[in-house]
Design a protein around this ligand. Sequence first.
Ligand code: 4AD
Ligand code: MG
Length: 430
Amino acid sequence: MSDYRIIELSRHPEEKVKVNGWIYNKRSSGKVRFIILRDGTGYLQCVAFIKDVPPEVFETMDTITLESSVTVEGTVRMDARAPGGVELSLTNLVVHHVAEEYPISKKDHGTAFLMENRHLWLRSSRQVAILRTRSEIEQSFRDYFYNNGFTLIDSPILTPAACEGTTTLFQTDYFEEKAFLSQSGQLYLEPACMALGKVYCFGPTFRAEKSKTRRHLMEFWMLEPEVAFATLDDVMDLAEDFLVYVVSRVLDRCGEELKRIERDTKFLENVQKPFPRISYKEAVDRLQKLGSDIKYGDDFGGDDETVLTQNEQRPMMVNRYPSKVKAFYMEPDPQDPELALCVDVLAPEGYGEIIGGSERIHDHDLLLKRIQEHNLPVCAFQWYLDIRKYGTVRHGGFGIGLERTVAWICGLPHVRETIPYPRMLYKLYP
Ligand code: 4AD
Ligand code: MG
């Protein structure tokens, strides 16, 4: 008798099999007992008739508690009405552990309770579907860049300097020195793209943001490509092509999961090229027309992005923000040096920023000036300045936040459900 996972069973009709899992649900009627087994790949209805199983197994089926771990044995029956199209005619049940009364039930629990019990909440069908979709999105991130000639460059987590502003650094001791948890791998990718042409990194990044919003985490995963000789238009083309790939791949492979999360996939089917590209100035005009009191020169808040994108069908590429609301390393726009050659990609349906990218300053003296203007320690950036001394070229890239992308694709109201163990303001448990 072979062991299978639930997802594989439809390929083994009428075969005698064993499946490992946990009791998800159960019910009884007269001389029949039903168990729904879950194993992370699916849900399997197991049916036991009193005549088919040993008497003690039949009795166990009455007493067994939800979330107990078991191995079921039986024959696979094709049944179009059953979830996954198969059912198991049970012949035996082996119990590994009888679970205590499970704290999470079908009734509504408050978010605080669920977050305290995140380690158990992960087992619920909705969370399983979200995590499987996250995993597929992550894999599609990697595959896109791997298949398009990018080299993976792992950037360090412990760093001596700030990339995205000094106000959101997590500091730690590094022997006699100070170190900071990385906010972005970008500064390390720029030298690497001068070695390899097209590179990317993908890892956890950290921001000590005193923000309690539906989009902010202290620890989040970011994928960042960086390309030598790329202009802002190249960066936007890359972001567009990449997002179309990711969304179509998820539609292709996560149909079951999206159904369970109750995601309306027609919104995702609209994610096709070309994405609208509008300037920051145009975006401010639109916001003002929509009743916002934003002034030209202000950065967008989360609410502005929501207003801007809530009726959009496709991601929107807002480009050329004022340099003073953006990071120090962005190339000025030759048409108007007060603006940066940068882009924020705002996800539709009110989700807002999922990608931030730009062309980088490639002139040594201008970069040095910007580092000084931002009161950054020049000595900590000497190596970064070096890149502008040896065959410097235009180059650029972007960073995409995984959790915000998962929230958008799954249609979730908050990023806390997009990552297995969210790190949020004052929340570090479990
Ligand atoms: O716009 P950001 O700060 O850009 C950078 O870090 C650049 N160095 C990237 C690059 O050009 N290589 O961050 C990029 C993305 C955001 O668009 C957002 O999706 C995500 O990272 N992000 C966060 N996600 C969750 N919680 C936070 N606190 C986030 N901060 C940024
Ligand atoms: Mg940004």
